[in-house]
Design a protein around this ligand. Structure first.
Ligand SMILES: [Zn+2]
Length: 450
């Protein structure tokens, strides 16, 4: 098997380069292209590659598409995505011209998730070439909207035959058996003397910068500076002008599922305002209900289970017509439900100083480690790598697995690897690509066996 995969490596890389060429970020919907032209072109190219390799394909209205082989009622699904996040700056290579340096390839999507799609496709090819009789269908499903809402999978579920079981190669080895439930809330002020407070860039990241304006007469600048110096802020400045004091605060961005890795610029500013004696209703409300601990204790949601703790993140702060709003992104431990969240927070979301509205509570995904699905996939990983130290884990983020029945995220990132996903210089080691193919071949075999 290893020899075969080695021999196929040049063509795998060549096909991966064909997909990397498309800047398949979400674009404006146009005609029959719900996520824009580039994602549709990338899907067309991917399906073309699948056809060249002898698979039957279907384009599901440019939401997603699939390549399939085998026969039978059941469908083993491998669900990858072709859309990417914007490349951004600071690349040392052209992000859309895949570059090979030594044993590593660079380019946007080489790991997340175009490389995974190619690895899965070649695993299917090896199964096909081995000539084993397939009593189930194997379907590589490629979505075009994973990074911005997974509308592609919702569309698939509405219009196509359901996947029976499978995996999404868009996480980590040796498998992710649980994904916390996502929950979003919105806090708003009732009364405040803050003239304006604006910061953050997306709701699912820690608010990294925040600018706050307060009346000069209500604040002691020396005390404010002293209070700011005691926070975790990386940088701050305080300027007085025309009777107003402006605070510019810089913290550290981090993903909302790991807010303690960041420093919340809004949270630190609120803390400093209270510490310097700035008396204000919404400052009080923020510090008691949101705060900087990121654990939900302010709304009675300080919960955890064997698989992790709840995380709580304020991403964006905005002022409109004198009212301040703060987005809140919560990741709920996998064994708690929507009902738990609503019951525990009831009576803790509002007082005379402000209120928090629940916008959405999503259910978590959880399969016990010893469930057939998780153990079949985990065993495939162990059979190929021999690694029994790393175990299936639980994450705070969400993958396609939440949309596809009986599926979990499985690979393609190896433990301890740094692929710079969503970052500049995204990369993939060629030996890892080869190992992914080998593991996915074994995974398909294990899922085929009843
Ligand atoms: Zn991904």
């Amino acid at each position: 098997m290893k020899k075969q995969i080695e021999a196929l490596t040049p063509e795998m890389l060549e096909k991966l380069a064909r997909l990397v060429r498309y800047n398949s970020i979400k674009g404006e919907a146009k005609d029959d292209m719900p996520f824009g032209e580039e994602t549709a072109k990338c899907l067309k190219e991917a399906l073309q590659i699948c056809e060249e390799m002898g698979f039957e394909t279907k384009n599901v209205d440019n939401y997603c598409g699939y390549a399939q082989m085998g026969e039978g009622k059941d469908i083993i699904g491998i669900i990858a995505h072709l859309d990417i996040v914007p490349a951004g700056d600071d690349w040392s290579t052209d992000p859309f011209e895949m570059t090979i340096k030594g044993d590593t390839v660079y380019g946007r999507g080489v790991s997340d998730d175009k490389g995974a799609a190619i690895a899965s496709l070649y695993a299917m090819k090896l199964i096909k070439d081995s000539g084993i009789k397939l009593n189930k269908r194997i379907r590589l499903l490629m979505g075009c909207n994973e990074e911005t809402g997974s509308a592609c999978m919702q569309y698939y579920n509405k219009h196509e035959e359901p996947i029976t079981l499978g995996f999404t190669p868009d996480g980590e080895f040796p498998g992710i058996h649980g994904e916390k439930g996502g929950c979003s809330m919105l806090a708003s002020s009732k009364n405040t003397r803050i003239i304006a407070m604006n910061g953050g860039f997306v709701s699912n990241a820690v608010c990294n910068r925040c600018t706050t304006v307060v009346p000069a007469k209500d604040v002691n600048i020396d005390k404010l500076k002293e209070a700011l110096s005691k926070t975790a802020l990386l940088e701050y400045s305080v300027n007085e002008n025309n009777g107003e004091v402006t605070i510019d605060a810089r913290g550290v961005a981090a993903h909302a599922s790991t807010p303690l890795l960041g420093v919340n610029a809004a949270g630190c500013t609120m803390q400093a305002l209270a510490d310097c004696g700035f008396e204000d209703d919404f400052v009080k409300f923020y510090n008691s209900h949101i705060g900087t601990k990121c654990n939900g204790e302010g709304i009675n949601l300080n919960i955890s289970d064997d698989y992790g703790v709840l995380t709580f993140n304020n991403g964006i702060v905005k002022t409109e017509n004198g009212k301040i709003t703060c987005t809140i992104d919560i990741r709920v431990p996998v064994t708690f439900t929507e009902k738990d969240v609503r019951e525990r927070t009831a009576g803790h979301l509002e007082d005379e100083n402000g209120k928090i509205e629940i916008l959405h509570v999503g259910n978590p995904l959880f399969y016990p480690v010893d469930s057939p699905l998780v153990s079949k996939l985990y065993n495939a990983y162990v059979q190929v790598t021999g690694d029994t130290v790393n175990k299936p884990s639980v994450i705070g983020g969400g993958t396609y697995a939440k949309y596809i029945p009986n599926s979990i995220a499985f690979g393609c990132e190896f433990p301890g690897n740094e692929s710079h996903i969503h970052d500049a210089d995204e990369r993939l080691k060629i030996t890892d690509l080869q190992k992914q193919v080998e593991i996915y071949v074994q995974a398909i075999r294990n899922l085929l066996a009843d």
